[in-house]
Write a protein that binds this ligand. Structure first.
Ligand SMILES: *Cc1c(COP(=O)(O)O)cnc(C)c1O
Length: 427
C-alpha cells in the first residue's frame, strides 16, 4: 500500500478528497483508495503490485471484464482515424440502431457522455414536453448529480449521509417529490395530490444505488399505469440495468414500455458514453427539431461509440448472460451462506448479475430498510476483503457486479477470502 498512500497524499493536495468521484475515497468504510495501475479480465492491479478480484467493475460498465481485447481493438482502430470531430459519424447511427433493436421503446436515441447528462436531459425534456414542473423520484434511487435529482438520492449521497445538498436552490428541490421505493400506494397518493403538475416519474427499475433492491411485482406496472392516467412521462433509468439484466435490460426483463429510457455505464464499453431516448413525439421536442436545448462538444465521441458497439455486439453474440447469472448466484448465495454460518446478521438481494449482501436481518425492500444495515460491520468486511485481494464497492449501499472475465474458480477464491474475513470479524 506504500505507493498508493504516497499517491493519495499527493492527490489530496490538489484534488478535493484526492478523488474525482466521492465514493472512491472509501471514507465510509474506514479505508483509503487503492491507486490502480491496470486491469485485466477479472482482476485489478494496484500500483504496489497487488491484485484484486474486481466486483466493482468500474461501478458497472465493465461487464466484459478489464481490457477486453475486442473493445481495445475497436478503440484502437477508431483512434487511428482521429479522436473527436464535433461532426456526425456513421458509427453513431449504428450504435443508436443497436440500442433501439434491444430497447424498442427508444424509438429515437440521443448520445451523451454520462448518466448524469442523460438524467438531466430526460428531466428537461419531460418538463418541456408536458409543460409541467414537478418530478417524482424514489428515495434511495440515484440518477446522477443534476440538481433536481439529488434529492433523497442514493449512491455517494446515501454513503456520506448528506441530507440536502448545499448549492441546490430550495425552490428547485421543492419541485422534486419523493416516495419510498416499492410503495405504489404512496405514489398514487402523490399523484392524487399533485397529478396535474407532475411531468415525470423517474425510477431505477432495479434499485442499485441503495444496494440492490428488486422491484416488487406490482411496483413498476403501477408507475406505468399512474403516469398514463395523469399524463406524466415514465422515465426508466437503465444506466445500471441496461445490458446488465439482459440484452434488453430491465425493460425486456419486466416487459416495460417507458416513455423515456436512460442508458449509460455498459453501453460505453468502459468509455464515457450514455444515452437517452424514447417516444418519437417526445424526442422530437429536442433541439434542433424542437425547442428543448441539449448539446455536447464530445457527445457521440468516436472512441466511446466504437467501444460501445464492440461491447454490445459481444453481449449480443454470446451466451454471456447465462454465465453471468451462474457466477452471480454462486457469489451471492455463497456470501449469504458464509455470513449465516458465522452468525453475522445479513440478508441478500440479487437480480441477475447485480447483488448486495446487506448487514441486517432484512428483508431490504426500500431505502429505510437498507439504512438498517450495520455499516461499521460492512466497513470491517470491506477492509478484510481488500486485504485478502477482493475489491468490493467501498460502501454498503452499492451493488456487487460480476463480469464475464470471472470464472467459477475466481468466485471460489473470493468466497474463501470471505470465509476468512467473516471468521476474523467475529474475533
Ligand atoms: C451511475 C448512475 C447514474 C449516473 O451516471 P454517471 O455516468 O455516473 O453520471 C445514473 N443513474 C443510475 C441508476 C446510475 O447507477
Amino acid at each position: 500500500m506504500e505507493k498508493s498512500k504516497k499517491l493519495f497524499a499527493e492527490a489530496q493536495e490538489i484534488i478535493p478528497g484526492g478523488v474525482n468521484s466521492p465514493v472512491r475515497a472509501a471514507r465510509s468504510v474506514g479505508g483509503e483508495p487503492v491507486f490502480v495501475d491496470h486491469g485485466r479480465g477479472a482482476r485489478l492491479f494496484d500500483v504496489d503490485g497487488k491484485s484484486y478480484l474486481d466486483f466493482v467493475s468500474s461501478w458497472g460498465p465493465l461487464i466484459c471484464g478489464h481490457a477486453a481485447p475486442w473493445v481495445l481493438h475497436a478503440v484502437e482502430e477508431a483512434a487511428k482515424k482521429g479522436t473527436s470531430f464535433g461532426a456526425p459519424t456513421e458509427a453513431e447511427t449504428t450504435l443508436a440502431r443497436l440500442i433501439r433493436k434491444h430497447y424498442p421503446a427508444m424509438e429515437m436515441v440521443r448520445l451523451v457522455n454520462s448518466g448524469t447528462e442523460a438524467g438531466m436531459s430526460a428531466i428537461r425534456l419531460a418538463r418541456g414536453f408536458t409543460g409541467r414542473d414537478k418530478i417524482v423520484k424514489f428515495q434511495g434511487c440515484y440518477h446522477g448529480h443534476a440538481d433536481s435529482l439529488l434529492v433523497s438520492a442514493g449512491s455517494g449521497v446515501a454513503t456520506l449521509g448528506i441530507p440536502g445538498c448545499p448549492g441546490i436552490p430550495a425552490a428547485l428541490a421543492e419541485l422534486t417529490l419523493t416516495v419510498p421505493y416499492n410503495d405504489a400506494d404512496a405514489l398514487e397518493k402523490t399523484f392524487k395530490k399533485h397529478g396535474d403538475s407532475i411531468a415525470a416519474v423517474i425510477v431505477e427499475p432495479v434499485a442499485g444505488n441503495m444496494g440492490v433492491v428488486p422491484p416488487q411485482p406490482e411496483f413498476l406496472p403501477a408507475i406505468d399505469r399512474l403516469c398514463k392516467e395523469y399524463g406524466a412521462l415514465f422515465i426508466c433509468d437503465e444506466v445500471i440495468t441496461g445490458f446488465r439484466l439482459s440484452l434488453g435490460g430491465a425493460s425486456a426483463y419486466y416487459d416495460l414500455k417507458p416513455d423515456l429510457t436512460m442508458l449509460g455505464k455498459i453501453i460505453g464499453g468502459g468509455l464515457p458514453l450514455a444515452a437517452f431516448g424514447g417516444r418519437r413525439e417526445v424526442m422530437e421536442k429536442l433541439a434542433p427539431v424542437g425547442g428543448v436545448y441539449q448539446a455536447g462538444t464530445l457527445s457521440g465521441n468516436p472512441l466511446a461509440v466504437a467501444a460501445g458497439i464492440a461491447a454490445v455486439e459481444y453481449l449480443a453474440g454470446s451466451s454471456v448472460y447465462a454465465r453471468l447469472r451462474q457466477s452471480s448466484r454462486q457469489w451471492a448465495d455463497g456470501l449469504l451462506a458464509l455470513a449465516r454460518e458465522h452468525g453475522v446478521p445479513a440478508c441478500g438481494n440479487r437480480v441477475e448479475s447485480m447483488s448486495t449482501l446487506f448487514f441486517t436481518e432484512g428483508p431490504v425492500t426500500d431505502y429505510d430498510s437498507a439504512l438498517k444495515s450495520d455499516t461499521a460491520m460492512y466497513g470491517a468486511f470491506w477492509r478484510g476483503m481488500l486485504e485478502r485481494g477482493v475489491w468490493l464497492a467501498p460502501s454498503q449501499f452499492e451493488a456487487s457486479f460480476v463480469s464475464a472475465g470471472m470464472i467459477p474458480d475466481d468466485i471460489e477464491t473470493a468466497l474463501d477470502a470471505a470465509a476468512a474475513t467473516f471468521k476474523a470479524l467475529k474475533k
